[in-house]
Every structure is written in C-alpha cells, then in structure tokens.
Design a protein around this ligand. Structure first.
Ligand SMILES: Nc1ncnc2c1ncn2[C@@H]1O[C@H](COP(=O)(O)OP(=O)(O)OP(=O)(O)O)[C@@H](O)[C@H]1O
Ligand SMILES: [Mg+2]
Length: 436
C-alpha cells in the first residue's frame, strides 16, 4: 500500500443525522469515500427516519446519565427484540440545534428534558467523543494505518452560526479530542453546510454555475432550514462569496411532526384517561411514530389519487372526511376524539396543514433572499436545493413548485445521504481551506 501522509475527514454534523466521508492523500486522483460501517444501534431509526450511510445524531443514556450506550457491536444494548427502545434508556436527541437556536426555535424544544443534569453542550461532547473514536476505528478497519502523519477533520456547521458560536463549538470539539495539543499534525476546520453543498455539487459536476451567476442555496434539514445566495468564484480550489445575510427558520422536518402532534394531542386530551397514566403516554408516542412512519416518510403520500388504507372499524363508523388513521394500540373509543377502538382518525386538512405551514415558512426564506439580492441590483437565477427533508415528496413537491414562480432554475443533486460530508472533505482536499 502507498504511504499515507494525510487523511481528510468530512463530517456532516446535522441535528438529526450525521454522515462521514474521507479522503486519503488528496491530489488530482483524489477519491472521497463514505464511511458506512456504523454500529447497528446508531443506524437503527429511533426517530423512524429511513437512513442510508448516515447515523442518527443521538446519545442513549441510562436515566441518571452515568453511562451512554449504542457504540458497541451489540445493537441490543439499546433495542429490544421487538425493535423498540430498551426500557430504562433515555434517547437524547436534538442537542446540536440547541447549542445556538434560531430566533423562532420552539420553547418546547428549548426546554426538552435531558437525562441527569446534562446540558446540550454535555450531550454534544459525549456524542463527539464517541463519533471521533468510531471514525478513527473505521478508517483503520478500512485498511489505512492508524499512524497517519496528518489528520484533518472538517465539520459542517450551520451557516447562520456567528464567530462566537463557532468558537464555543471549537472548544467542545477540542475537548472531545478533535484537536490534540500533542499532535501538531491533527487539525480541525469548519465549513458551513451551505458551502459544503456547493463544494459537493462542484465535485459532482452537478450543474452549479460559476461567477457571475448568483445561486441560492437552500438547505431543508431536520430542525432548521437555511438559505443564502453565493457566487462560485472558482471551483478548484473552491472559492465562494456569500452575497446575502443567511436566512434561517426552525421549519425543518421535526417542526412538521411538532405541529402534527399539537393536533394529535388536542384529540388525545379528550380521551378520558388520566394524563399521568401509561395509556395517555402510549397514545402520544404511538401517534408520533405512526405519523413519521406512515405520513412524513411515505414516498407515495403526494401521488395523484393516493389514499391511505382505512381500517374497516373506521369505515363502519362512516366518517366522510377520514384521510389517515393512526393505531394508538389501546382498546378505547371516544367519539369526541374521533377514536374507535384505539384507531384515531384525521382529515386530509389536518394532515396537510402542518406541511403547508412549513412550506410557507420555507418560501418566506426564499423571498427574503431574492429581496436581498435585488437590493444589490442583481438577480438570483438558480437554486441549489439540499437537505434530507427534500426526500419528503409532499414537502419538496410544494417547495419546488414555489421556485417556479420567481423563475429559479433548480439544481437538485441526487443525495445518498452523505453529500455534505463529501462536500466538506472535498473542499478541504481541494484546498478551499477553512471557510470564513
Ligand atoms: N428517505 C427519507 N424520506 C423522507 N424524509 C427523510 C428521508 N431521509 C431523511 N428524511 C428527513 O430529513 C431529515 C434529515 O435531513 P438532514 O440530514 O438534512 O437534517 P440534519 O442535517 O440532521 O438537520 P439540520 O440541518 O436541521 O441540522 C430527517 O430528520 C428526516 O425528517
Ligand atoms: Mg443539515
């Protein structure tokens, strides 16, 4: 095997999903590869998200947070035989977006419980420590020596993070071992997710135009949607100029679920069971999981003529506007809650409303960006559309239709789930350096 001098590792650290890509030695022949050999528990979809090479951005703890789980080969550390979360474990999620939330971040997420006395920073640190060790192990397992002269990590961060937030995050990453005082050859840089997307599109020749064109990059993620307009000054090394202030909103896929749950909770509250009891908890959890599995990630949901299967019990009930039914796993009926033997029904309007709200908020960001470029006396011609939320056809169908009105040409690279990690690695390999 050739001598290995430099390994560059791109980390797309999202609030719901993380993916990793790496390159060995760089150069013209450089080929960025994806890491795919994760512990099964980290791939297991606690949140129902269908994942490819990504893992969930999650830390499993015991209730007192004295130990964390999920990074060994034994997936039954966190899962029961029935594929549910093992009793007694706490799944800490959504800690990255809490490090520096956008202005419209819902209070419910801000104050969501973490195990023990952990803060979002503590959980991030635990996650980064596990992630780093696992990455290094996988690279050794791929056949590359652990004795690498230079190791360069490049991590994606939200484009709207300011310098103070980046520096705080650098401290966390340093504590987690990504920068080591004793190893001068180990470096860490950051790249905004939007720039990593541009880098990946250039790497793939995905049709991103270079200067003087203005391109709107729109990242529709799990917790946030971000947008900014860039020009690509040069493709190798990648040089981009951001032309507008970043627009950001808490209107990613998790917000659709949160808005749906407001509707579901209002119904479930009408069922006469104690709100402190197990049945009440089970109903809420099952409604959320069913929505994720059957609606949010259903790739036929917006197809012409599509309709959900309705259980016969509900047909017999004769409600005309029933569109989707969730099985809440309880033997209860309550007409006020539209619930028959544990099946709770929703009209099309109630199911589509959360999506429509989110699409409208996304298009608000697009309009802000178009307006900001017009102030410069220029135009936006293209939109690079990225982020896992676009895999939800109902959402992306409406967003893409919305782009047609201002006449934006859509560039939508095919995404196997690791595009931004590859873009981050490629940006570093091609010498774009740390983004400013
Ligand atoms: N196959 C799929 N079908 C439908 N939706 C999907 C699919 N895969 C991912 N998603 C949605 O995309 C989200 C993840 O997108 P992405 O990886 O861009 O977010 P993130 O980077 O983790 O979050 P953020 O950018 O807010 O930090 C998931 O939470 C899920 O809702
Ligand atoms: Mg993201």
């Amino acid at each position: 095997m050739d001598e290995i001098n430099q390994v560059t590792i791109g980390i797309d650290l999202g609030s719901t999903s993380t993916s990793i890509a790496f390159d060995v030695n760089g150069g013209d022949e450089s080929e960025v590869q994806i890491l795919n050999n994760w512990p099964a528990a980290m791939k297991w979809s606690y949140d129902q998200v269908p994942r490819g090479p990504e893992i969930a951005t999650i830390v499993y703890y015991d209730p007192h947070a004295t130990r964390s789980f999920g990074w060994t080969k034994d997936r039954f550390e966190v899962v029961t035989e029935r594929d549910t979360l093992k009793p007694g474990l706490f799944a800490a999620t959504n800690f990255i977006s809490r490090l520096s939330p956008p202005g419209d971040y819902p209070d419910e997420w801000k104050s969501a419980l973490l195990p023990g006395t952990k803060t979002p920073e503590d959980v991030t640190l635990d996650y980064l420590r596990h992630l780093r060790l696992n990455i290094l192990q996988q690279i050794v397992d791929e056949g590359y020596s652990g004795e690498v002269a230079r190791l360069h990590f490049v991590i994606t961060v939200p484009a709207f993070w300011d310098t103070v937030t980046r520096n705080r995050f650098r401290q966390l990453a340093t504590t987690a071992g990504f920068v080591r005082a004793e190893s001068a050859g180990q470096t860490l840089s950051f790249i905004s997710g939007l720039e990593a997307a541009l880098s990946q599109s250039v790497y793939l020749h995905a049709g991103v135009p270079s200067s003087p064109d203005n391109i709107l990059v729109l990242d529709c993620g799990g917790h946030t949607v971000e947008a900014a307009v860039y020009t690509v000054e040069s493709s190798s090394p990648l040089m981009v100029e951001r032309r507008t202030p970043v627009s950001v909103a808490s209107c990613g896929s998790a917000e659709v679920t949160r808005l749906f749950m407001d509707i579901a909770k209002a119904k479930i509250d009408k069922v006469r069971v104690p709100s402190t009891g197990r049945a009440f908890r089970v109903m809420r959890v099952r409604a959320k999981r069913a929505f994720g599995r059957e609606v949010l990630f259903n790739d036929k949901f917006n197809a012409v003529g599509f309709h959900f299967d309705i259980p016969p019990e509900i047909h017999a009930d004769g409600k005309a506007d029933t569109f989707w039914v969730a099985d809440l796993g309880v033997e209860l009926s309550c007409p006020e809650a539209d619930m028959v033997e544990g099946y709770i029904s929703f009209s099309r309007e109630k199911i589509c409303a959360p999506f429509n709200t989110i699409v409208e908020r996304t298009m608000g960001l697009v309009r802000d960006q178009i307006g900001a470029v017009e102030v410069l006396g220029e135009q936006v011609n293209d939109c690079l559309l990225i982020g896992g939320f676009n895999k939800c056809p109902y959402y992306s169908g409406k967003v893409e239709a919305g782009m047609a009105a201002p006449g934006l040409r859509l560039v939508k690279p095919s995404d196997d789930g690791a595009n931004l990690a590859m873009g981050a690695a490629w940006a570093a390999v091609s010498g774009s350096g740390p983004s400013k």
